[in-house]
Design a protein around this ligand. Structure first.
Ligand code: ZN
Length: 215
């Protein structure tokens, strides 16, 4: 069974997806992680994706979907939290066609955070150059200034984390995902969770929403 986890950049989706996997025992699949893993392992789809990324191009939908299919694997009773997919209506429709038989999509849970809050979170974000972990200058500072807690790599501000680029990214995200949210709303398995406040409380609301979807 698949639960699609939706949330704008900066909504805390990655953090919550990690908690869902650690505390609730759900299988978490993030398209970003899955891509990196397959490129590193040199699987057939990984090699193809790696070549495309090395050219500085975006990985096309069909390749992304192959990576996902490989990650999701054969029919099972696992509850899979899908993070980072679908990002547009076409992907939502394809996802249903490709995995529905073995892994029904039981719900779409939307982590909702106001735009002003998203901007504050994103502009303070620092990312590890080594392992990709995220920190925040005020919300989640690293133990040593400028260095990653997990691997010791140096932290940097992504060039697209400045105010203007953030605003553009949020607009792009909104315009492409609005149709995805509408799509799940129409199917009757959409649920909105307030993504502002204390991490543990958000986690509780999120697990409640997922339980409702699964029942
Ligand atoms: Zn690191």
């Amino acid at each position: 069974m698949i639960i699609v986890l939706m949330g704008a950049p900066g909504a805390g989706k990655g953090t919550q997806a990690d908690l869902l996997s650690e505390r609730a025992g759900y299988r978490k699949i993030s398209t970003g992680d899955a891509l990196r893993k397959h490129v590193k392992l040199g699987t057939k789809v990984g090699k193809l994706a790696g070549e495309i990324m090395a050219r500085g191009e975006l990985v096309p939908d069909n390749v992304l979907l192959d990576v996902l299919k490989e990650e999701i694997g054969p029919k099972s009773n696992d509850v899979i939290i899908l993070d980072g997919y679908p990002r547009n209506l076409a992907q939502a429709e394809t996802l249903m066609k490709v995995v529905e038989a073995d892994h029904p999509v039981r719900g779409c849970v939307h982590l909702d955070v106001s735009r002003s809050n998203l901007i504050a979170r994103l502009s303070g974000r620092r990312v590890c150059s080594g392992c990709g972990s995220s920190f925040h200058v005020s919300g989640n500072p690293p133990k040593k200034d400028g260095l990653c807690d997990k691997c010791g790599g140096s932290l940097y501000q992504r060039p697209d984390d400045d105010a203007k680029s953030i605003s553009v990214r949020l607009d792009v995200y909104d315009s492409s995902t609005k149709a995805v949210l509408d799509y799940y709303q129409k199917r009757g398995n959409y649920c909105k969770v307030n993504g502002e406040g204390v991490t543990d409380e958000i986690f509780k609301e999120l697990t409640d929403a997922i339980s409702t979807c699964l029942n």
